[in-house]
Design a protein around this ligand. Structure first.
Ligand code: CMC
Length: 429
């Protein structure tokens, strides 16, 4: 592991500077460039932050080359097989797997913060009936600050943890309320005798006129998907949460900003885009046509659910979801021609020189929508599902940031506009 400082020399001035190397527990060594502007007079240029670490974090580790993902050191495969979403949430927030009593207490806390203030429904009913649920989520979650902010002392760790738990607990309630508003169904209140995922399914799909029984298969599959989506280090939405958090904004505002960042099709919005793409392709015979479009530089079309900034190998979450897809569809007694289509698309892409050379593999969003669809979720809710799970990561990262406050996030720029010029009066332009 490289640990000696790296010396850089400015060939213009012959001035040298030692850049210390920050070595994490694992991962690439990172140069500390903080002294660069003051010592050599340079800033660094890194659009999209492709080479820049914005923080240190103890929460999640990814090795993109090897396709490794770990939460607090635990491999995602082990958590997916043995853990539950709330146990993973407890792990991400607190740093260690809970013992039985700790887990019970955590589950209790999440369960008893599931209700939302009744007046929050006024915000929901202000939306047009066909508003996208992600737009509703961003607005409604942001409005939580108006309900719970006055009691929040951001300097008090207990208050911060309470806000984090509230957010995890209330997200499914709000998500289901948004969906039901769109459907024209009455609000369903959380049934706290159910576990986290069963409660959410019940709030989503139960109607007053008929009995509804939560499918244990669906609840288990949802729990797995939530585990896999819970955190992913400094992705765009998490970085947004941290950036907003660095200003001292309240956590509800931070998470609302995270929801907005997640919505984009290059990020969490890809799960919705994948299903729309598969629908558009429609038939295996049209796969080559779409592969050709994805490779065409003049065509903006991209294979949705493919490629990743960090993974240059199979996304380990996609491997787990791909396998689960078959099992869940079988257990739910469903078939979906889109699964065959997705597998054929993957097969052809993985053999194609373009995708091989650029190391483009299926990511977490490629197969998840097929499971959500089998459970009855409409496509527009797919990214909301991602947001419910990722809330855990957002609040864990926000808590970590509050414990080790950094400077306000404030990137620089290379100014490329006009040099100084004098104002020209209107009549002379
Ligand atoms: N289809 C076709 N070509 C692609 C794709 C794709 N899905 N992804 C990347 N490329 C090409 C891209 O055109 C570029 O080619 P060139 O070097 O010739 O210009 C090269 O691969 C590198 O791509 P990039 O856009 O520079 O890479 P990035 O790290 O900035 O972007 C990404 C990563 C995920 C935004 C991108 O792969 C993408 O748009 N994928 C489709 C959307 C998607 O599935 N997003 C979900 C990401 S995982 C879950 C999450 O973050 O929420």
């Amino acid at each position: 592991m490289a640990d000696k400082p790296v010396v850089i020399t400015d060939q213009n001035t012959q001035k040298s500077l030692e850049l210390p190397v920050i070595a994490g527990t694992e991962g690439e060594p990172t140069l500390d460039i903080k002294q660069l502007p003051s010592e050599l007079g340079y800033f660094t240029y890194d659009p999209g932050f492709a080479s820049t670490a914005a923080c240190t974090s103890e929460i999640t580790f990814i090795d993109g080359g090897k396709g490794i993902l770990r939460y607090r050191g635990y491999p995602i495969e082990q958590l997916a097989e043995h853990s539950t979403f709330l146990e993973v949430a407890c792990l991400l927030l607190n740093g260690d797997l809970p013992d039985e009593a700790e887990l019970k207490a955590f589950e209790h806390d999440i369960t008893y913060h599931t209700m939302v203030n009744e007046r929050l429904n006024n915000f929901i009913s202000g939306f047009h009936y066909d508003a996208h649920p992600m737009a509703m989520m961003a607005g409604v979650v942001g409005s939580l600050a108006a309900f719970y902010h006055d009691k929040l002392d951001m300097n008090d760790p207990e208050h911060r943890m309470l806000a984090a738990k509230r957010m995890i607990a209330k997200m499914p309630t709000i998500a289901a309320a948004c969906y039901r508003y769109h459907m024209g169904w009455p609000t369903a209140y959380p049934n706290n005798s159910l576990d986290f995922c069963s409660r959410f399914l019940n709030m989503m799909f139960s109607v007053p006129a008929e009995p509804y029984e939560v499918s244990p298969v669906a609840a288990k599959a949802l729990d797995l998907l939530f585990i896999l989506h819970a955190d992913h280090e400094q992705n765009a939405s998490t970085s947004t949460v941290r950036l907003v958090g660095s200003t001292g904004a309240n956590p509800y505002a931070c998470v609302a900003a995270g929801i907005s960042a997640l919505w984009g099709p290059a990020h969490g919005g890809a799960n919705e885009a994948v299903l729309n793409m598969l629908d558009e392709i429609g038939d295996v015979s049209r796969v080559p046509e779409f592969i050709a479009r994805a490779k065409d530089r003049d065509d903006p079309f991209r294979l949705m659910g493919f490629g990743h900034r960090v993974y240059k190998n199979y996304d380990p979450r996609a491997s787990i979801i791909r396998k689960a897809c078959h099992e869940v569809l079988e257990d739910l007694g469903k078939t979906d021609p889109l699964l065959d289509l997705a597998m054929e698309l993957e097969r052809i892409a993985l053999e194609d020189e373009y995708f091989v050379e650029k190391k483009l593999y299926p990511n977490v969003d490629f197969y998840s929508g097929i499971i959500y669809k089998a459970m009855g979720f409409p496509v527009s809710m797919f990214t909301v599902m991602f947001a419910i799970a990722r809330t855990v990561g957002w609040v864990a990262q926000w808590l970590e940031q509050c414990e080790n406050p950094t400077k306000i996030g404030r990137p620089r720029q290379v100014y490329s506009g006009p040099a100084e010029r004098d104002y020209v009066p209107l009549e002379k332009r």
